[in-house]
Design a binder for this molecule. Structure first.
Ligand code: R5P
Length: 289
């Protein structure tokens, strides 16, 4: 018997998953002690059950300890197993030491999670230099792909789309979205100079003027990648692009800035955000089955 326990902010997704999969839905009480430490209590009997904690990790530094406390509490209270459903998996981008002395946080984060959970289910983790999650995670880890969901949304909502990937590493992913949407695609060249500083180069796109550009990316964080690409597209006389992303992190004023450069912004609901338009519950529910 499986019970889903949502961490704060993940209640709606967990409820959808429970409904779609016929699982039990439980509750966790959390609060802060006056000194800022976390209090946590499981409100359901989990003894003998397979527990799945549902926690998107868009704010990992703020949410991590409570997540580990919940996993440990479930195990202490007799859960048969403890899994993590993290629609967005954080700390995947610092995957090498770019400068001497840097922490390779993707590895540390994977080690910490792997020591608390029996399994991981996530969507489109940012696998760049690691070939798969099992190169990092020692627990069984399954990565689902939102590409078909993005493709179906684009096919239904955008007339004459031209899919544009912002960098070379997006090539395979964008090609898969484009193939399913039945649309042409191209990728740009990007060089990152800093957290909020990217340089993008774009070929001559005058042949595509009758198309609606759709920028697709796995993550919008500072938003600079999409903003730069959107500005270059309109600079070439194409319409303001539709932007479709999986994980809408949108730090600080990134969303407002991108709104000024894009005609429409949509995202999967792996991270709660006003741009959410593509639900992922059915994808996760099918994997849980
Ligand atoms: C990087 O390779 C990713 O695919 C995204 O393009 C990147 O994380 C976006 O970051 P930002 O929004 O900060 O430009």
């Amino acid at each position: 018997m499986r019970i889903l326990l949502p961490m704060p902010g993940n209640e709606a997704l967990a409820a959808d998953l429970a409904r779609l999969g016929g699982h039990r839905l439980g509750r966790i009480e959390t609060r802060r002690f006056p000194d800022g430490e976390s209090y946590l209590r499981l409100l359901d009997d989990v003894a003998g059950l397979d527990v799945e904690l549902v926690a998107s990790l868009a704010r990992p530094d703020a949410d991590f300890l409570a997540l580990i406390f919940a996993a440990d509490a479930a195990r202490d209270l007799g859960a048969a197993s403890v899994g993590l459903i993290a629609p967005y998996l954080a700390y995947m981008r610092q995957d090498i030491r770019f400068k001497s002395g840097e922490a390779i946080s993707s590895r540390s984060f994977a080690r910490l999670l792997s020591s608390s959970f029996d399994r991981l289910l996530t969507i489109d983790p940012h696998l760049h230099r690691y070939p798969a999650l099992d190169a990092l995670y020692t627990m069984p880890a399954q990565a689902l792909q939102a590409a078909p969901l993005l493709a179906d949304w684009i096919a239904a909502e955008v007339t004459a789309p031209l899919l544009v990937g912002p960098d070379a590493e997006s090539e395979q992913w964008v090609a898969a979205v484009a193939a399913r949407a039945g649309a042409p695609h191209m990728v740009l060249q990007k060089v990152r100079h800093g957290d909020r500083n990217v340089a993008i180069t774009m070929p001559d796109l005058s042949a595509w003027r009758g198309h609606q550009p759709v920028l697709v990316d796995d993550i919008a964080s500072s938003g600079r990648t999409l903003i730069e690409a959107a500005q270059l597209l309109t600079g070439q006389g194409l319409p303001r692009p539709v932007c479709a992303v999986v994980h809408a992190l949108f730090a600080e004023d990134a969303y407002a800035q991108l709104q000024a450069a894009a005609s429409r912004i949509v995202s999967c609901d792996t991270v709660q955000h006003p741009s959410n338009a593509i639900p992922v519950a059915s994808l996760l529910a099918a994997a849980l089955r």
